[in-house]
Design a protein around this ligand. Structure first.
Ligand code: DCP
Ligand code: MG
Length: 367
């Protein structure tokens, strides 16, 4: 069976361009900064046990007792009876967050805040990234008065992984050498960009780490995730230099054709025959280019201009025009009921040229 395998590559530490920064125990740190009597003590910010609230966050002193974000405050009090409970002062945390953002902008213009307490920074000259990261960390502590953890790498998910690695007050660089050693063991849900749903889908099939991902057949991955997602994750797990901002292949990847009908039509038979012409047209163009499509999509605009689309992806590329016709017809069936009148129909074939992609992106398909 086909497997994605990474080719060995020379070291290129000059790829390190991404910094991820995450404030430590953010709300609780702001509270401890502003009230010295709270320093060194277990502080829990959020709802109170009496109001049946939940923990927003807690200081690292409280974490030693097992207290965590999103835990019922009642449970937190049981675990840590000496904890000091404080209400959430959102306006103040927002103000501190704005100061953090301004400070980051003074180091590099390319800053992307995620929520209140984390950010990605992109550094133009990769030779300077580690030095910039150290300065940023030092200035945050000095000027804002609370600590943060910083990660440096060549792709966003890995910079984020790095900042979490040695929290609190951490500083971690994941270069490609380290990434190659770590990624096979990293649980997939720890990679930024792999949401809980995707992680669950993969887990159901026993795919839990970067290593598992690579020992799964390409076909199975595509079947589970669709080609786009499968590919994004493959790149990510491979520890390849995805560029600071995950770049997608920019080549045109679809062929489409649509037509506004001379008169609005409700009759399913008539719509099907118009659809057939459109499918013939796009299929011929795809075949001409010697490509295959994995996704068939259709578009319907009703007389009231409401527009709906439907698409279906098949793990094996559509080689036969008849299979494309069949899918398009079924998708149309989902959008029309014989009563609504239609003014425009369209067909798109996408996810083209799949068989070549692994080679283009530096993977080998190994039998
Ligand atoms: N937050 C919240 N509810 C959650 C998680 C977080 O209200 N379930 C808030 C409180 C946190 C802030 O968001 O202070 C930032 O979230 P983080 O996940 O970065 O957590 P902390 O900064 O508190 O701790 P860490 O040191 O783990 O980053
Ligand atoms: Mg944080």
């Amino acid at each position: 069976m086909d497997r994605l395998r990474l080719r060995s590559e020379p070291e290129r530490s000059e790829d390190l361009r991404v910094i991820h920064l995450d404030m430590d125990a953010f709300y609780a740190s702001v509270e401890q900064r502003d009230d010295p009597s709270l320093r060194g003590r277990p502080v829990i910010v959020g709802g109170t046990p009496a109001s049946r609230g939940v923990v927003a966050t807690c200081s690292y002193e409280a974490r030693k007792f097992g207290v965590r974000s999103a835990m019922p405050a009642e449970e937190a009090r049981r675990l840590c009876p000496s904890a000091i409970f404080l209400p959430t002062d959102f306006a103040r945390y927002k103000q501190v967050s704005r100061q953090v953002k301004d400070l980051l902008r003074s180091h590099t213009q390319d800053v992307e805040m995620l929520g209140l307490d984390e950010a990605f920074l992109f550094v133009a000259n990769p030779q300077q990234t580690v030095a910039v990261a150290r300065e940023v960390k030092r200035d945050i502590t000095g000027e804002i008065g609370i600590t943060c953890s910083v990660g440096v790498s060549y792709a966003r998910p890995l910079a984020k992984l790095a900042s979490e690695w040695q929290k609190p007050d951490g500083f971690t660089v994941i270069d490609r050498h380290l990434a190659r050693r770590l990624l096979p063991k990293v649980p997939l849900e720890q990679l930024w960009g792999i949401g809980p749903q995707t992680a669950r889908t993969l887990k159901r099939q026993g795919i839990e780490t970067g290593g598992d991902f690579f020992s799964t057949s390409t076909r199975q991955l595509i079947k589970m995730l669709g080609p786009g997602r499968a590919w994004d994750i493959a790149l990510l797990c491979a520890g390849r230099p995805l560029s600071p901002r995950v770049r997608r292949d920019r080549r045109a990847k679809s062929v489409s054709r649509e037509t506004t009908l001379p008169n609005d039509v409700a009759d399913p038979g008539e719509l099907e025959s118009i659809l057939r012409e459109l499918v013939d047209d796009v299929t011929a163009r795809v075949e001409e280019l010697d490509l295959t499509a994995m996704t068939v999509g259709i578009k319907v605009r009703y007389s009231n201009f409401r527009t709906l689309t439907r698409a279906r992806t098949d793990p094996t590329p559509y080689h036969k025009a008849e299979a494309i016709h069949q899918t398009a017809r079924e998708l149309l069936g989902e959008l029309i009921d014989g009563r609504q009148t239609v003014r425009l129909l369209g067909v798109t074939l996408s996810n083209l040229d799949y068989p070549d992609m692994p080679r283009q992106l530096g993977f080998e398909l190994v039998k």
